[in-house]
Design a protein around this ligand. Structure first.
Ligand code: BGC
Length: 891
């Protein structure tokens, strides 16, 4: 029977609460993509190509999939979703093995829930060609490889690694085959090639892969192989290498349960049997967020290497590190606890089961996440309260040993110091080392975590015996603390000690300075205070202040009427924008601006209310414009035709371009961050931007530098670190790389967008000090490296106001305090809850992605006309935006 129109090659990208746009899924498949775009709808579709069915399929009679005439397996039939209807997950990953080949997929034999047979559906699915390493942009490929090498962190090693040359590698676990190179969502890459485990070992090392075991795991099951297979493996080598992987996606926080943060029973069973059968076991963690770690000691695993999600050269870097031709030098940018509940944010992080509506209950409308742990995020908590963690921030082993000591410290100003640190390789292999400098405060009245990172640097590759002097600078910016009572950044009188590490708990005091009188670094205003006093964790009363999580939950509209108690009102910054006067009758077009940028204000001044509104709204809707994958386009050209504004395209680009055409693929941000190598992050930015330019892109929606507050956050992979200084430096360098190569950078998501569960209505609530010293500080630090052209607001509300609607946040903190002069855009459909004019009144220049029709434009035009939305404000917003668009135009 021919297809009767039941099935379509249509799926959509997922966004929690907003209408999602469907877009055509081209029937193409990148073999190195372990999780296709559809997994963003639900992670269960990992390895599937989804088709959409207009009929509800009976899960008991799901039919069968044939690929090139061979029966494969039944598809995944999940419950239909309100937004996407019935999706059928055709399992393809295991069956499509060749690049650049057209496979014929036939789906037949399914019945609908009325018991009627559904006609078969046939389509061709094409695998993408592979562009070999070094063929296109060889210099970029080299940086990608360096990032995978330096981003890997050796967590444990009892002399099991490196393996000796020529060793036989017994691989265990489905993840040896399903080795992920990237994440999903905005951080997704579409790499031109992907070197995974098999190719890495075979092509880039002298190691020999146990083919029989590898083949065994192509079934993607975490089971222990039959005895004879194991016996043959043991005959060749007493060492086993077991792989664990986790996918990760925007729009989904990782589940707290098994298969998410915890290992599955199968994974545990496998590790247990492997460690029993083999003399030595190495675990490879192909994950980008911390997972449970108790099993490492429980089963006596000898060595653990965290590869992260390591980009298109991931398998090569892995093989090189296993063999020891590359010495690992990555350090953890976050803390790995033993158990999820050890994290102080755990009581205040919403998980899916907490928002599952029981039938008959009113739907949840809002969520609140109270940051009761306050300043004690990550190592600040574990180190201060001496709580055991499996691997603390800054941890990472090497195959060599270094000796690090302070050579000199010179005070360059009242609170600025330059320290020279000598690093000597005292081991027997070449390697790179990272030094970290922490500050400890004594004598002040403000609560202070025991240590905070104030500087870091990485050596070049040092040969055995070689020495390098690294210069670390610490200024008052690093030492200031926020005092809410004084609404000021201050340094209190007392003693500041500096400690050199490694991990904070092992850092050694090397120098100190006394601050005689209080220093006011900056007098500001309290601008983002919470709607009620948040009782935060305090060293003064640990037991009495340890987070309880009582208010963190999802609320029905009724329970939370008018959003009280979460809603807040802020004093407005004050509208001092001066209306622009239109002083010429001549039409000023965009090409005129290119010749004479000074005309920009006149360009905006000539616009009607409709045009101003239209300019403020993106010209596209949804995610991924057909045919190419752009995330958005600036203007609706038709309505503004007469101004001859050029095309202007946006794409996600944290670690590669999330476009339909294959391109560069770096490791995910947190893996690159583990390199602690600022130059590398800068080089990454440059490489991505050059390819972006060649793909006609103008702005990259990256980097994403929210803090890693909780390991379950679905965007942990896209974010850099739990530490604002490290995150800010590394993100700032990537952003600088973009813009120095002629592409705008959009830093996102401003601010405290640290959870994906109910992300569009989640209220992050914390003290102003916590907001400023942690969540805003990451951006503030990044701005020291590069003030980006644009900033994207978070979907969430922070301290009672949606980030997109918060004038104090956008014009006050971002503009006045951080000195940002670019333009602000919203996140995709993240327009807050007060209508379309509200974000513009708060200082947003561009509602992203907007809409080609005038649905969003009309209310803005009406607000302009009535005067509710000051014209001057919208004009100013647009002047900021046009200046950026002009920046990279060639006259
Ligand atoms: C994400 C952003 C992204 C945008 C465009 C949103 O869902 O939150 O980070 O840049 O989509 O793809």
């Amino acid at each position: 029977m021919p297809n009767d129109g039941t099935f379509e090659l249509l799926a959509g990208l997922h966004d929690d609460n907003q209408a999602a746009m469907s877009f055509l899924q081209k029937p193409v498949y990148n073999l190195d993509e372990m999780d296709r775009r559809e997994s963003m709808i639900s992670l269960v579709y990992s390895g599937c190509f989804c088709i959409k069915s207009s009929k509800h399929i009976d899960p008991q009679q799901p039919g069968m999939v044939y690929i090139d005439g061979k029966a494969t397996e039944a598809p995944l039939i999940e419950k239909p979703t309100a937004m996407f209807g019935q999706l059928v997950g055709i399992i393809v990953r295991k069956y499509l093995l060749e690049y650049n080949k057209e496979y014929k997929v036939r789906y037949a034999g399914a019945y609908d829930t009325d018991g009627l047979e559904i006609p078969e559906f046939i389509f061709n699915l094409k695998t993408l060609p592979r562009i070999e390493p070094g063929v296109k942009y060889p210099e970029h490929d080299a940086i990608v490889l360096q990032a995978a090498r330096e981003g890997a962190v050796l967590l444990k090693n009892d002399n099991t690694l490196p393996l000796s040359s020529g060793s036989y590698v017994n691989v265990f676990g489905a993840a040896a085959v399903v080795f992920r190179l990237g994440c999903l969502g905005a951080g997704k890459i579409n790499p031109r090639y992907g070197i995974r485990v098999k190719e890495g070992i075979e092509k880039y090392s002298s190691l020999e892969l146990n083919q029989e075991l590898y083949e065994f795991y192509t079934e993607e099951k975490n089971v222990f192989p039959p005895e004879d297979v194991v016996a043959r493996a043991k005959d060749r080598s007493g060492t086993a290498v077991v792989f664990i992987t986790r996918g990760s996606s925007e729009a989904h926080d990782a589940p707290k349960d098994k298969g998410g943060y915890y290992l599955t029973d199968e994974e545990r069973g496998l590790i247990q049997r492997v460690t029993t059968a083999f003399d030595k076991t190495v675990a490879i963690l192909n994950v980008a967020h911390p997972i449970e770690t108790k099993w490492i000691e429980e089963y006596g695993v000898n060595a653990v290497l965290l590869t992260g999600l390591s980009g298109m050269a991931g398998g090569r870097a892995l093989a090189e590190i296993l063999e020891g031709t590359v010495n690992p030098s990555g350090k953890l940018p976050n803390t790995w606890a033993y158990d999820y509940d050890d994290y102080p944010s755990a009581p205040n992080f919403l998980t899916k089961d907490q928002i599952a509506n029981k039938s008959g209950e009113a739907p949840f409308q809002y969520a609140a996440t109270v940051y009761e742990e306050g300043l004690y995020v990550g190592y600040r908590y574990f180190d201060t309260f001496q709580k055991p963690a499996a691997y603390l921030f800054g941890h990472g082993l090497s195959y060599t040993t270094f000796d690090t000591k302070l050579k000199s410290a010179v005070k360059t100003d009242v609170c600025s110091t330059q320290m020279d640190v000598e690093v000597r390789n005292i081991g027997t292999r070449a390697g790179k080392e990272v030094v970290m400098l922490y500050a400890h405060f004594d004598g002040g009245e403000l609560e202070q975590p025991d240590k905070r990172l104030v500087a870091f640097a990485k050596t070049k590759e040092l040969l055995p015996g070689e020495v390098q002097i690294l210069s670390l600078e610490v200024s008052d910016k690093r030492l200031k603390s926020y005092c809410e009572a004084e609404a000021a950044w201050i340094i209190e009188p007392g003693k500041i000690s500096f400690l050199l590490g490694g991990t904070p708990n092992r850092a050694k005091p090397v120098w100190s300075m006394d601050v005689a009188d209080k220093i006011v670094v900056a007098q500001v205003k309290n601008r983002v205070a919470p709607p009620f006093l948040v009782k935060e964790l305090s060293a003064k009363d640990f037991a009495g202040t340890y987070p309880q999580g009582e208010m963190t939950k999802a609320y029905t509209a009724e329970e939370c009427e008018g959003l009280l108690p979460f809603k807040n009102s802020r004093t407005a910054v004050g509208n001092d924008d001066v209306p622009l006067e239109h002083t010429t009758d001549r039409l000023i077009r965009f090409p005129d601006l290119v010749k004479n940028p000074a005309l920009v204000e006149q360009f905006v001044a000539q616009m009607t209310d409709y045009e101003l509104a239209r300019m403020s709204v993106g010209g596209h809707t949804g995610w991924g414009i057909e045919d190419n994958g752009y995330a958005g386009t600036l203007f609706n050209e038709k309505a503004l035709d007469k101004y001859e504004i050029p095309d202007y395209f946006y794409a996600d680009g944290n670690n590669g371009l999330n476009m339909f055409e294959v391109n560069i693929g770096f490791p995910v941000s947190t893996t690159v961050c583990a390199s602690f190598n600022e130059e590398l992050s800068y080089a990454e930015g440059k490489a991505i931007a050059r390819e972006a330019k060649d793909m006609n892109l103008h702005c990259l929606l990256a980097p994403a530098l929210n803090l890693q507050r909780n390991p379950l956050c679905g965007r942990h992979t896209e974010y850099f670190s739990e530490d604002p200084f490290l995150a800010g430096r590394m993100a700032g360098q990537e952003s600088r790389g973009f813009e120095e190569s002629g592409v705008s950078s959009c830093m996102k998501h401003f601010f405290a967008n640290n959870a994906e569960t109910m992300r569009n209505t989640n209220h992050s609530i914390m003290s102003e000090r916590t907001a400023r010293e942690l969540y805003l500080a990451a951006f503030e630090t990044a701005f020291e490296v590069n003030k980006p052209d644009t900033v994207m607001t978070g979907y969430n509300a922070a301290n009672g106001v949606y980030c997109s609607n918060d004038e104090e946040l956008l014009r006050g903190i971002l503009g006045e305090e951080f000195g940002f002069t670019g333009y602000v855009m919203t996140d995709w459909n993240g327009y807050g809850d007060e209508g379309m004019a509200a974000p513009l009144a708060a200082g947003v220049s561009w509602l992203a992605p907007g809409n080609p029709d005038d649905t969003l434009v009309t209310p803005i035009e009406a607000a302009l006309r009535s005067g509710d939305l000051p014209r001057a404000r919208v004009q100013k917003n647009l002047v900021d935006l046009i200046k950026v668009v002009l920046k990279y135009q060639e006259a």
